[in-house]
Design a protein around this ligand. Structure first.
Ligand SMILES: Cc1ncc(COP(=O)(O)O)c(C=O)c1O
Length: 365
């Protein structure tokens, strides 16, 4: 099977698996214990914290380990003081759902999926406490103008959170340069195991723990830390980034050249280099995903959580993509291990599957 769904999850890298196995087998202490086994575990935890801090360009004390990005996003959105929250229509549900529990303004995006910082400015109220705008979109790869939004937030004295799950490990991330106060990452999107992530909390920003019952993580997240997974995420944070830009370029070029009636969402704006979201007009995305799976290629209809649902993606809907086009769209997300040969083979399989499905489609004349 050739894997093209790295935005859903990534395989554990061999060097990361080595760390995971070693720590799981040998470092069993509780990092809160003062004896030697405890201190060994504490060392693993702090080495991983330093590696994640290097990945994000922040200080070690600004990294809070969590069970993943869903928890990190919830902690960011619900952990800030009570008040009005501004977010966008293309966020992951891990931001949209907690935002619904607050008074939230949901700002629209343009046809390319970008948020206009002026729209954020217009949505500000006296009682706004937080702006939450993702760094890179999980379905399209489109990058938001986070630095410009940070200027709006700073001017208004409002905190800025960014869900960086699809940016970390794909492009260089520097939370200082971005100007964010809070930033979420997820280990399994960059070759660490599932169930581990982190929230960057800028020094001085007060965040109320959502999970209480211990003084772990400087009282921002109670519970004995998942030391092996955290150590593995530290190792993954130090991996070199995969060079996917030429592969994505070739994939889009070949698809447009060989297959008629293809639309690439967000192609005109900055995107992370591993993601493409393409509509093959007249087909049903799920039928295409299944046909490709049978041919040995794993791709996705979009967000893994919404696969299987018949409702078109809320991201494409927010971009004004007509429902028939949204339902004909698949996401291809590249990563470590993909080669030019894989990409060429994928385009051949796409060409065949799309032609076959279109013959059966009353929607494609
Ligand atoms: C943009 C984005 N945010 C949050 C998450 C949730 O991450 P986790 O699986 O670590 O809870 C995902 C995963 O699909 C994502 O793509």
């Amino acid at each position: 099977m050739r894997y093209f769904d790295h935005n859903a999850t990534t395989p554990i890298a061999p060097e990361v698996l080595e760390v995971l196995s070693r720590v799981q087998a040998e470092v069993f202490g509780n990092p809160s214990s003062i004896h030697t086994p405890g201190q060994e575990a504490r060392r693993e935890l702090e080495a991983a914290r330093a590696a994640v801090a290097r990945m994000l360009g922040c200080a070690t004390k600004e990294v809070v380990f969590t069970s993943g990005a869903t928890e990190a996003d919830n902690l960011a959105v619900l952990g800030v003081p009570e008040g009005h929250v501004i977010t966008t229509a293309v966020e992951h549900p891990a931001v949209l759902e907690p935002a619904k529990r607050r008074m939230a303004a949901v700002v629209r995006v343009d046809g390319q999926g970008r948020v206009d910082p002026d729209e954020i400015r217009k949505a500000l109220r006296q009682d706004t406490v937080l702006i939450s705008v993702m760094h890179a979109n999980n379905e399209t790869g489109v990058l938001q103008p986070v630095e410009e939004i940070a200027a709006v937030a700073r001017e208004a004295g409002v905190l800025l959170h960014s869900d960086g799950v699809q940016a970390a490990g794909r492009i260089p991330v520097d939370v200082q340069a971005l100007g964010v106060d809070l930033y979420s990452i997820s280990g399994h999107k960059f070759h660490a195991p599932k169930g581990v992530g982190a929230l960057y909390v800028r020094d001085g920003v007060k965040i109320a723990a959502r999970q209480v019952g211990g003084r772990h993580e400087r009282e921002r997240r109670a519970g004995t830390e998942n030391v092996p997974a955290i150590a593995a995420m530290g190792a993954a944070a130090a991996l070199p980034r995969a060079e996917t830009a030429p592969l994505r370029g070739r994939l889009e070029e070949l698809a447009l050249e060989r297959i008629p009636d293809v639309v690439i969402h967000g192609k005109g704006v900055p995107r992370v280099p591993n993601t493409t979201n393409m509509a093959f007009l007249g087909i049903e995305a799920e039928a295409l995903v299944i046909a490709l799976d049978l041919a040995g290629f794993a791709v996705s209809t979009g967000a893994a959580c919404s696969s299987g649902a018949t409702r078109p993606s809320h991201v494409l809907e927010a971009m004004g993509v007509p429902p028939a086009v949204a339902k004909a769209s698949i996401r291809i997300s590249l990563g470590r291990g993909n080669t030019l040969e894989d990409v060429e083979a994928l385009v051949c399989a796409l060409e065949k599957a799309v032609a076959r499905l279109r013959k059966l489609s009353p929607a494609y004349a």
